[in-house]
Write a protein that binds this ligand. Sequence first.
Ligand code: NCD
Length: 329
Amino acid sequence: MKHLLSTADLSREDAIRILDTSEQMAATQDREIRKLPTLRGKTVVNLFFEDSTRTRISFEAAAKRLSADVINFSAKGSSVSKGESLKDTALTLQAMGADAVVIRHWASGAADRLAESSWMRGAVLNAGDGTHQHPTQALLDAYTMRKHLIGAESGPGAGIDGPTGNDLTGLTVGLVGDVLHSRVARSNIFLLHTLGAKVVLVSPPTLVPVGIGAWPVEVVHGLDAALETYDLDAIMMLRVQRERMSGGGNSFFPSPQEYTRLFGLDGDRMRRLPDHAIVMHPGPMNRGLEITAEAADSPRSVIVEQVSNGVAVRMAALYLLLAGEEGGE
Ligand code: NCD
């Protein structure tokens, strides 16, 4: 593995290696001194062309805990706002000796473009490109599910044992809401499939991508129907991405109230999930639209834990791409 661009081309073996390494990284984070010397002397650049809170801070924390030097580059306030291209920006980073670039970009395909180019030699980690992919988010989600639902000794899913013990075989995961605009959904669909889980998309027909028939998913057009039909082990609420909906925001559904009525997770619906089921959301949440405070803040919610797991998973990804012996090919 030279880059981490998409979960669609991530092998089961590589995915499990990242999850296992994340577990080891998480264990080091309970120690009094959390910093490891592993990436001393390496430079990681966070190149963010689009807003981010969690992902940017998480990658920064991950790189710093591995002792890398971190340069944060945000497009706002940089020469990008003067029209500088991705190519010229990459050439500048190369000249500064970046060993890895973590890129978030509004254009689908931007991370692949950077990785394929000869503009820079370092590893490219996709931190979200348009509506396409966000692989570390899917990996942290899988990590969170594995921790809670597979062979756990305690917790809501204690006792569910996947046949192999280290993937997600046997789980049924519901992804609910704005699948169309969600790189989180796309990344999760492919990774969950690779790891053996069944994926159920719960979405209005207007927010399901064209070509969905070719994906390894089942589709249901209402949350009540999904709760009736499936025993969901994890339910992942997706943010309604109003900034990606051109034409005023509500053109994909009649009204926010209608959306909430058919697709929102509230306390009543949450109580219809199996007892061990966990409630997830990648953040940022639209509280009151796709999820109520009761569901988001309930003991079944692992939303805050997803964020802390993200640091361990990104440490693992950086480690495997920049220092891991097996990561060199
Ligand atoms: C997601 C993203 O930016 O793709 N957030 C995140 O990385 N935690 C999801 C979203 O914006 O809805």
